[in-house]
Design a protein around this ligand. Structure first.
Ligand code: SAM
Length: 211
């Protein structure tokens, strides 16, 4: 993801009712924020937000929260949502390392991880969003029957993730090494990176993990 400084992006964040730009503790507050008891699905590392915005339009009875570290990327999703004004879509600008301050125990029903940064050096493995350290965080905030859905073109990251699911004490509910030619593709929503990589002929890997 290109980290250009987009002029005014911080100001747009501060003035939008759809984004929490400097979140502190928010655990247990989501029913009040959305004003209902609908399930909560989150995407971590949502980039420009095409995936989560499409899901929010298709599923008005599910609440969606997109998490992204950088304003310069998130701004695209915020600008779009300022126009669409979907009542079931919010964003948070933050590093997901602090996610347990944002959602309480069992407050989340599903987690999406799409084309997460690979952090190729071994010494950075803990930063991968599919590391066992991140699964320990997901264990706290996901409901007992909740799921993690992960897609990537990066085979090394995918192989690491498949192993890490087991290392974390989770189960692999489903795995494919060629999503677009598998029955797991039904209802698939493409992300920005997925569109780019599949146009280049790269197969897309997907796993679903649960406990
Ligand atoms: N999910 C989008 C897609 O598939 O098109 C974007 C993929 S991009 C390669 C990864 C995104 O995750 C970047 O926008 C990056 O800033 C964000 N990201 C990486 N680590 C993160 C973290 N720890 N917390 C929040 N966002 C993160």
């Amino acid at each position: 993801m290109r980290l250009r400084n987009v002029k005014g992006s911080r100001e747009v964040m501060q003035s939008s009712e759809y984004v929490f730009a400097d979140p502190k503790s928010m655990a247990g507050t989501w029913k009040d924020i959305f004003g209902n008891n609908n399930p909560i699905h989150i995407e971590i590392g949502m980039g420009k937000g095409m995936f989560i915005t499409t899901l929010a339009m298709q599923n008005p009875n599910i609440n969606y929260v997109g998490i992204e570290k950088y304003s310069s990327v998130l701004i695209r999703a915020v600008e779009k949502q300022n126009e669409l004004a979907l009542p079931n879509l919010k964003f948070i600008r933050m590093d997901a390392e602090g996610i347990c301050d944002i959602f309480g125990k069992g407050e989340v029903d599903k987690i999406y991880l799409n084309f997460s940064d690979p952090w190729p050096k071994d010494r950075h493995a803990k930063r991968r969003l599919t590391s066992k350290e991140f699964f320990a965080r997901y264990d706290k905030l996901l409901k007992a029957d909740g799921e993690v859905h992960f897609k990537t073109d990066n085979r090394d990251l995918f192989d690491f993730s498949v192993e890490e699911v087991t290392n974390a004490g989770w189960k692999l509910k489903a795995v494919t090494y060629d999503l677009h030619n598998s029955d797991m593709n039904e209802g698939n929503i493409m992300t920005e990176y997925e569109t780019k990589f599949s146009a280049e002929g790269k197969p897309i890997n997907k796993l679903i993990a649960n406990r």
